[in-house]
Design a protein around this ligand. Structure first.
Ligand code: FEO
Length: 397
């Protein structure tokens, strides 16, 4: 396990870095750079443990924690969020210190009891409630639905630390703990991917919550998240990024995501890309075969796009399963402020374009046309039609 690291006068990082993990939320999210489960120890006149770690590290983590501190001296446990990646070790911890009060939201208590059958002294907190620790105090801020109903953040005075839990995190199991010590390209790619795939559905609430936190005029020297790095250098840079990302974020990018059986739908996609290029050479085009990229990669590229084209041939009156999964993901993420279109090849029954449009019409995306169908194979004329379709699409968005 990575050695525990001092964060400030009163705070030590006592988390776990998991560099082996390849998927998260079961198999739903693909991780490229591991992750960490960040737990923190606050030592003042009172001693507080903020969040625990995932269950699979419970024993190792507790062993390390016992070498760091006599567990019986911990006065309070603060559980900012109780998804099992943060509460998984709580049951084992509570066996060691059963009388230690747990500070959490009302929903947090409900989740802890339902998931872990823990019977403890719960102290329910709301926004603005404060816990005196000595020189410092902790103030709680409810972060309901960011991204679970129990989520909250805690602010430590004097050291000026915001324990933000999942917010502002990233799945990055870096060797370094602080944002100024790690690879910047990976850090920002992972931060964006994390926002795109986990937080986009809650964007409207994120804007309101950030506005609320900023209205408190707190001095924030560090943001201690529950995954990835601690934002020590220019900590508000990630907050500014979130304000961009939560307001229908888009770059000058078009993503064409498709699957293909006998290459016609791929050829359509490529001709559309040529058409886009002809009208808008600076637009970044991502051509993504849905079978060759993970859903995480595809949804991240869609997040960055101002326009998206979805393509599938028809098979057995339906679309190819890889595209059905992508569209289900798009619907779940609830993207807004993007223009979309559809296309697909067919032999004797063209259902795919209608199926894609029906699904897109249930989202907040703007469907800009009826879609494009090509029978059997691309010829000179239909290739030109695909080219024009791409050119028209980029001019419309
Ligand atoms: Fe990192 Fe929502 O748990």
């Amino acid at each position: 396990m990575k050695k525990f690291v001092d964060v400030s006068k009163h705070v030590k990082w006592v988390g776990v870095v998991d560099q082996d993990i390849k998927t998260f939320h079961g198999e739903e999210l693909e991780l490229s750079n591991g992750t960490s489960y960040n737990s923190y120890l606050i030592r003042d006149e009172k001693i507080v443990l903020v969040d625990t770690v995932i269950q699979k590290y419970s024993r190792e983590w507790l062993q390390e924690l016992k070498e760091e501190i006599d567990l019986d001296t911990i006065d309070y446990i603060v559980m900012n969020h109780n998804e099992p990646d943060h509460s998984g070790a709580l049951k084992d911890l509570m066996k060691e210190i059963p009388n230690t009060p747990i500070y959490c939201t009302a929903k947090g208590k409900e989740i802890i009891q339902a998931y872990h059958s823990i019977d403890a002294e719960f102290r329910i907190v709301k926004t603005g409630d404060t816990l005196e620790l000595g020189e410092t105090n902790l103030t709680f801020v409810e972060m309901k639905m960011l991204h679970w109903p129990d989520s909250m953040a805690s602010y430590l005075s004097q050291d000026n630390i915001l324990f933000s839990n999942d917010a502002f995190g990233q799945h990055y199991g870096a060797n370094a703990l602080f944002n100024d010590e790690c690879d910047q390209e990976i850090l920002w790619d992972e931060s964006l991917k994390y926002y795109a795939c986990i937080l986009t559905p809650f964007s409207a609430m994120i804007k309101r919550k950030i506005d609320e936190i900023l209205s408190f005029n707190l001095t924030i020297d560090q943001i201690c998240t529950s995954h990835g790095v601690i934002w020590r250098k220019n900590p508000l840079e990630i907050v500014t990024k979130y304000m961009e990302w939560c307001q229908d974020y888009k770059e000058d990018q078009v993503t064409i995501v498709y699957d293909t059986m006998w290459e016609t739908t791929r050829k359509m996609a490529e001709s559309m890309a040529d058409g886009i290029r002809s009208k808008s050479p600076s637009t970044h085009i991502m051509l993504m075969n849905a079978c060759k990229y993970s859903e995480t990669e595809i949804l991240t590229e869609i997040f960055k796009s101002k326009g998206v084209l979805f393509g599938s041939p028809t098979i057995n009156n339906r679309i190819l399963p890889s595209m059905a999964a992508v569209l289900e993901g798009v619907k779940g993420i609830n993207f807004k402020g993007k223009s979309v279109g559809s296309f697909g090849s067919y032999g004797w029954n063209c259902r795919s374009v209608g199926i894609i449009n029906d699904l897109l019409n249930t989202t907040a995306l703007t469907v800009v046309n009826d879609g494009l169908k090509v029978n059997w194979n691309l010829n000179k004329d239909s290739k030109e039609i695909c080219f024009e379709y791409g050119a028209d699409f980029v001019e419309q968005i």
